[in-house]
Design a protein around this ligand. Structure first.
Ligand SMILES: Nc1ncnc2c1ncn2[C@@H]1O[C@H](COP(=O)(O)OP(=O)(O)OP(=O)(O)O)[C@@H](O)[C@H]1O
Length: 465
């Protein structure tokens, strides 16, 4: 858990943030000096007790949300996520404790101004039904008394930013939009006055999984560009892993059970409760955080379609790859395919799904499991062959991550037991199961090769390369 005393940063406060040109610069979590527009938020012993409730909905929360990062609050229904978030923009006032924004107590900031300067987007998009898309997006700039022409330009820019064609959408009413389009307008509205902070309360909760994935991608792209400080509430741990720079796993009364990067939480959940929340597919989720370019890429023997067959026959022990004239992979070929072949044009089987250096390891795993060679072909610029990723590489990558975080909780001073403890799922399990399935498939195809009368690979180490 990260706790911190409020820091005084020499950045503009949210309340001072009046023009869309203002940029705040401060230290970010990685310690880089990159310019960003977000500002730090610190929750210092924050408690909220609703009148007559008997016990606090949020009890003594300490949390530092670094400038320019996306922090996800994830936890079970009713645990206090929304209450915690709404105390940041004072839609709810804390009973005790202090919240600072860029070093200034938010109680010292005018509540209305504070809210105008903190973007807020909620599950139902919360659009005004009687206002057009343009009027909805321009709400806060209008309150800030921007000139009409400036509001108009800003609305167009925001609609563009969230992937809606202004000409098509600006004059529609919310009822004339799909759920996903309404969410986009909600995000455009939250961003319109260029606030340093964006609070998002299950903003994608009400749309179908495909649209949800697209909106998540869009948010990642926006954040790459804008570097706001985003606080995002969700029930969905995989959404938290995808979007968060850090995740705060909250228990009842917003108790911070673990506050760390998605990688660290997946590799070493702090206790049984977090482990259960993370779920048994933690290792599969870890694969979504890494890209093909981050791991070892192996080579396989290759030849172009018009190369002589002998050229490949001499090199292939198990699998080889045939490339077209522009070095794009076209077919897998086995040793036995080459025995009587006369040309490389008509042997082998078409390559399956290809992955790029930017694909996630999750994409690579899917490609590997669908491919009889138990590896995924990686392509680079203009689809040119780069190499292959194997399931063994994926397993060793996840093992290394797990080992790196094995001692994360050794010095822990809270009451949580170190992972892996009783009930903590073995995070390597699902990939190893996938590997076993792929190996079984490989063994089956090797048997087929034997019964065909051809030799299996002489060197067992060479199998599956
Ligand atoms: N206005 C209120 N008056 C009294 N109790 C409230 C009020 N708002 C929320 N609560 C209670 O405070 C607790 C925390 O609610 P909150 O909405 O913050 O949780 P949450 O984690 O966001 O839940 P969910 O994920 O279901 O939206 C709950 O027990 C809820 O019933």
């Amino acid at each position: 858990m990260t706790t911190s005393d409020p820091k005084t940063a020499d950045t503009p406060t949210s309340g001072d943030h009046r023009t869309e040109d203002t940029k705040a610069t401060g230290s970010n979590a990685t310690g880089s000096n990159a310019e960003h527009t977000g500002v730090e938020i610190v929750l210092d012993h924050v408690t909220k007790e609703y009148p007559g409730a008997g016990r606090p909905a949020v009890d003594d929360v300490n949390l530092t949300i670094p400038a320019g990062e996306t922090v996800i609050f994830v936890g079970p229904s009713g645990c206090g996520k929304t209450t915690t978030m709404r105390m940041i923009n004072r839609l709810i006032e804390p009973t005790s404790g202090r919240i600072t924004i860029a070093g200034r107590d938010n109680k010292d900031l005018n509540a209305n101004e504070l809210r105008r300067n903190i973007g807020y987007s909620i599950q139902s998009a919360g659009l005004f039904p009687h206002l057009t898309v343009a009027q909805n997006v321009g709400t806060v700039p209008r309150l800030l008394k921007w000139k009409k022409s400036r509001i108009k330009d800003r609305v167009e820019e925001m609609l563009d930013l969230v992937g809606l064609d202004p000409a098509e959408f600006r004059d529609r009413y919310p009822r004339q939009l799909s759920g996903g389009q309404q969410q986009r307008v909600g995000v455009a509205r939250a961003l319109a006055a260029d606030p340093p902070i964006l609070l998002m309360d299950e903003p994608f909760g009400a749309v179908d999984p495909i649209t949800r994935g697209l909106l998540q991608d869009e948010l990642l792209r926006l954040q790459d560009e804008l570097h706001k400080t985003i606080v995002f509430v969700t029930h969905d741990f995989s959404e938290a892993v995808k979007l968060g720079d850090r995740i705060a796993v909250l228990g009842y009364q917003s108790k911070v059970l673990q506050y760390d990067t998605p990688e660290a939480i997946l590799a070493a959940p702090a206790n049984d409760t977090v482990a259960k929340f993370v779920g048994s597919d933690a290792s599969l989720q870890q694969l979504t955080l890494l890209r093909v370019r981050d791991v070892e890429i192996e080579r396989r023997p290759t030849a172009r379609e018009d190369d002589p067959v002998d050229y490949l026959r001499d090199q292939v022990r198990d699998w080889g790859i045939i490339l077209d004239s522009r070095d794009r992979p076209v077919r897998w070929v086995r040793q036995r395919d080459l025995r009587d072949a006369r040309s490389l044009r008509d042997v082998g089987e078409p390559v399956g799904e290809l992955v790029s250096l930017r694909s996630t390891l999750q994409d690579a795993l899917e490609a590997i499991l669908a491919d009889s060679s138990a590896s995924a072909i990686v392509t680079g610029v203009r689809g040119r062959y780069e190499g292959v990723v194997t399931i063994d590489t994926l397993i060793s990558t996840v093992r290394t991550l797990h080992e790196e975080h094995a001692h994360d909780h050794d010095e822990s001073d809270d009451d949580s037991s170190p992972a892996p403890g009783p009930g903590v799922p073995d995070v390597r399990d699902p990939i190893e199961k996938a590997a076993e399935a792929a190996k079984a498939e490989r063994a089956r195809s090797a048997d087929e090769t034997d019964s065909d009368g051809s030799a299996a690979a002489d060197d067992p180490e060479q199998a599956h390369r």
